[in-house]
Design a protein around this ligand. Structure first.
Ligand SMILES: Cc1cc2nc3c(=O)[nH]c(=O)nc-3n(C[C@H](O)[C@H](O)[C@H](O)COP(=O)(O)OP(=O)(O)OC[C@H]3O[C@@H](n4cnc5c(N)ncnc54)[C@H](O)[C@@H]3O)c2cc1C
Length: 463
């Protein structure tokens, strides 16, 4: 006899575990199936959390080595204990994944351990045991996109997973792909002493970012020592005991050249992961990129089967997955669950950070929207000067006619924190003037957001 639940969620990443907890809060009998030995999915185990732990540690290392002197702090020779740094990262991850286990117990969510596969529309099998539910949620996430000719061994040719585990700082790291994950992990190893070269197919890094911000981002990273080979593609990478030899060609065609590296990080994107799920047994359809197709209420083509997070179309971000998890659980409970995809922030946790919400200038131009631009540099902010963190600026875009905020783009210290108020403004349909007339504490970095909002009306005070 199959064990029965109201809701079975497959995958305990930020989409799945949040959906499971919210559904349990709403009174459903919930199980969450996870095949990994720990809960939390890509995000907590091999994504957001370990990468941020290493970003923080490497930032501290670089600050101690190069930043303290100008504050009048002399601390002698700085030594790296990479094994300790990696162990600390492990502790951070363990504390977070155990935290989800605690939350499952607290909310009476049953963790079914193992890989789930569909045996029918409302039935899954895990380790030979059958489970049924009225509602089944696919939240199986994503995996790294492979590249022909580049065979990953997670030692010398690594994905983000291997790049988080290196036990030695590489002399030269080549990052294939100028996206967020490559630049974050490239930053970690550059700060710890590696020479980092980014090879990107397109002629710009972080292509979906506002063009002006992306240009400034590349300039700042170049100043830090990053090398960029844009408009180039890697056609092969061969590893031996000494290192890796890459063959690189201009994207538009031309003579190939050879590049040597100690470690190659393949970071050209992530794809929706549904391997071993037997979607066909349930009759669930995917699109041309293998993503599970859903309607506006997260339902697949099969009634009672839903999908959320990285496995469906849209931004591959933990908080987008979480929002979808909550909205779906509320819809199942008869409530009006909803996600505003126009107000999902995105953050790059480099130094300085880069953050955005809403539309870019390029998108507004393409849509024929008339808009105003308000910009303000961190250089003119007292707190940024006190911190010694003056690189970057805030750029706000508002509709010309109504002044309604349409986009916010920040490159600078704590951009990831500052984007929260812009997201809230966008969510509430605020105008740039609303932001400008809101009192911001002094001296804080948030005053740069206020001044950018004033600048949209041509009247900043401090510049
Ligand atoms: C290096 C890196 C850094 C990142 N940093 C950030 C960041 O800073 N901020 C951010 O917002 N996003 C970040 N992301 C992206 C973020 O991790 C994902 O968007 C997020 O994890 C997606 O959540 P999810 O629940 O859809 O899937 P996942 O987190 O991928 O979870 C899916 C889970 O399903 C399980 N699973 C799969 N198939 C089965 C099956 N058949 N049976 C049982 N279990 C199964 C998997 O084991 C996995 O644990 C990062 C990603 C990487 C790789």
């Amino acid at each position: 006899m199959a064990e029965t639940f109201d809701v079975i969620v497959i995958g305990a990443g930020p989409g799945g575990y949040v959906c499971a907890i919210r559904a349990a809060q709403l009174g459903f009998k919930v199980a969450c199936v996870e095949k990994r030995a720990t809960l939390g999915g890509t995000c907590l185990n091999i994504g957001c959390i370990p990468s941020k732990a290493l970003l923080q540690s490497s930032e501290n290392f670089e600050e101690a080595a190069h930043g303290f002197k100008e504050h009048g702090i002399n601390i002698g020779e700085i030594k790296l204990d990479l094994a300790k740094m990696q162990a600390r990262k492990g502790e951070v991850v363990a504390a977070n994944t155990k935290g989800i286990e605690f939350l499952f117990k607290k909310n009476k969510v049953t963790w079914i351990k193992g890989a789930a596969k569909f045996t029918g529309a409302h039935e899954v099998e895990v380790e030979g045991k059958a489970y049924t539910a009225k509602h089944i949620v696919i939240a199986t996430g994503s995996d790294s996109v492979p590249l022909k000719g580049v065979e990953v061994d997670e030692k010398r040719i690594v994905t983000s997973t291997g790049a988080l585990e290196l036990d030695k700082v590489p002399g030269h790291m080549v990052v294939i792909g100028g996206g967020v994950i490559g630049l974050e992990l490239g930053s970690v190893w550059r700060r710890l002493g590696a020479e980092v070269t980014v090879i990107e197919f397109l002629d710009k890094i972080t292509p979906t970012m506002d063009g002006e911000i992306s240009k400034s981002f590349q300039q700042i990273l170049t100043k830090q020592g990053f090398k960029f080979k844009l408009g180039h593609k890697v056609t092969s990478a061969k590893a031996d005991s000494k290192g890796v030899t890459l063959t690189v060609e201009p994207a538009k065609g031309g003579a190939a050249e050879t590049v040597k590296a100690d470690v190659v990080l393949l970071a050209i994107g992530r794809y929706a992961y549904t391997e071993g799920l037997s979607l066909a047994a349930a009759g669930v359809e995917t699109d041309e990129r293998g993503r599970v197709k859903i309607d506006n209420h997260f339902q697949t083509n099969v009634p009672g089967v839903y999908a959320i997070g990285d496995v469906v179309a849209g931004a591959m971000l933990a908080h987008k997955a979480e929002e979808e998890g909550v909205a779906l659980a509320e819809i199942l409970a008869g409530q009006a669950g909803h996600v505003n995809y126009g107000a999902i922030p995105s953050v790059v946790y480099t130094w300085p950070e880069v953050a955005a919400v809403g539309q870019t200038e390029e998108e507004l131009k393409a849509a024929g929207v008339t808009y105003k631009v308000g910009k303000f540099p961190f250089m003119a902010n007292g707190r940024a000067r006190a911190m010694g963190a003056t690189d970057g600026f805030v750029k706000l875009l508002s509709e010309k006619e109504t002044d309604r905020l349409l986009g916010a783009h920040i490159i600078g210290p704590d951009a990831g924190g500052l984007i929260a108020e812009c997201t809230m403004a966008l969510e509430f349909g605020a105008s740039a003037e609303d932001v400008a007339r809101t009192c911001h504490a002094h001296p804080t970095l948030s005053e740069v957001v206020k001044e950018a909002a004033l600048a949209a009306d041509g009247r900043p005070i401090h510049i």
